[in-house]
Write a protein that binds this ligand. Structure first.
Ligand SMILES: Cc1ncc(COP(=O)(O)O)c(C=O)c1O
Length: 375
């Protein structure tokens, strides 16, 4: 009998999700007003230690609101890692601004802080560090550079709930932090996002743009001074998000336990680079990524194919931002070369990483990789 298909990621909804959603439906509070929206925002702010937590309907929306609230517009440049998910770049492009790409570090796969300063120009307004796959970026040099050049730091923490840099949770270190609650995230509400900040003027603008630029405090005055967006999160989704947040420490520990189990089984295999956890980092291991080096034998695509033939789902690493069709018109010529991103995009894949993954399932994946090498 073939073994059951093992997906790359599945949500785990085993707390108060059903009770809270049922309550929202039964009471008729299904749009973007309701106690789960405010409850989710309050609980999230408390968790992160930020004075403002603002729900919205995706991580992409959170990043767009962050850029808008930070005053990013045409003519501005925002520094973004070349190795990221496309939403980081879209958020900048939605504002009519230019993303400027910086290569990544081969150990952490995060933006290479040693290359940052060279990417700054008189038009640079912000840096967007992205905590890739749950490993925090090296934030001290980023914050230091931002202070010296008067730049806004927008953390893309979409993949990094529960990750920490030194003693601070990711998302709470920069001026603005953005999270995604898409179904594969460590906590989810199906689709959703959150913007956090300690800056009241940023929070006010984010709320304003989120709600179609209705005048704050009086939405019934149909006057709109600027172009706004409907990025509101429904109460039904916030109900799921709040229930998930109640168990966030458990879900983060599940991801970390997955990583310990994978690490223990893969460390003896030649030619597989496994994720790191720097001394200053807590990696929440949103996804367990590996690099297939030449010594492994089969290349990345062959590894993915063989795992797939054995019913095991994987995903390729993100492909470089500088090589996307949607960035072709604005690729920064000054910096121009991204050898590390190019390489890890060719070698990288991530293995099944659900919070509910069992030890037997992890053993199944690892024994398949062992057999490939032995073959
Ligand atoms: C790094 C990163 N930024 C932004 C997003 C966008 O979030 P969403 O899918 O909720 O719009 C994602 C993921 O999905 C992501 O991985």
């Amino acid at each position: 009998m073939p073994e059951p298909f093992l997906p790359v990621c599945e949500p785990l909804l085993e707390g108060n999700e059903l009770d809270y959603v049922t309550d929202a439906v039964k009471t008729g509070w299904i749009s973007s007003a309701g106690k789960y929206v405010t409850g989710f925002e309050e609980a999230f702010g408390k968790y992160l230690g930020t004075s403002n937590a603002i729900t919205c309907n995706s991580g992409t929306a959170a990043l767009h609101l962050a850029c808008k609230a930070a005053g990013i517009g045409p003519g501005a440049e925002v520094i973004v890692p070349d190795f990221t998910m496309i939403a980081s770049v879209y958020a900048v492009q939605y504002c009519g601004a230019t993303p400027v790409f910086v290569d990544c570090d081969r150990r952490t796969w995060n933006i290479d802080v040693n290359l940052l300063e060279d990417a700054i120009t008189p038009r640079t307004r912000a840096i967007m560090p992205v905590h890739i796959y749950g490993h925090p970026c090296d934030m001290d040099p980023i914050m230091d550079l931002a202070r010296r050049h008067d730049l806004v730091v927008i953390e893309d923490a979409a993949e990094a709930i529960g990750s920490a840099y030194r003693d601070k949770l990711c998302g709470s270190i920069g001026h603005i932090g953005c999270f995604s609650f898409y179904a594969n995230k460590t906590i989810t509400c199906g689709e959703g996002g959150m913007l956090v900040t300690n800056l009241p003027e940023i929070a006010e603008k984010a709320r304003y743009y989120r709600n179609m630029c209705f005048p704050l405090g009086d939405a019934r005055e149909y006057r709109h001074e600027e172009i706004g967006f409907n990025y509101r999160l429904p109460n039904t989704a916030a109900a799921i998000g709040l229930a998930q947040l109640e168990r966030v420490d458990h879900y983060v520990e599940c991801r970390r336990r997955n990583a310990r189990r994978y690490n223990a089984r893969l460390q003896d295999l030649q030619g597989l680079t496994t994720p790191v956890e720097e001394s200053w980092a807590v990696n929440s291991y949103w996804m367990y990524g590996i690099l297939v080096e030449d010594e492994f034998g089969p290349d990345r695509d062959a590894v993915m194919r063989i795992l797939r033939e054995n019913g095991i789902d994987t995903r390729k690493f993100f492909q470089p931002m500088h090589a996307q069709g949607c960035t072709a018109a604005t690729v920064n010529e000054g910096v121009g070369s991204y050898p590390v991103t190019d390489e890890i995009a060719e070698r990288g894949l991530y293995l099944p990483s659900s919070s509910g993954l069992t030890e037997e399932q992890i053993e199944r994946v690892c024994s398949c990789l062992r057999e490939m090498q032995a073959a």
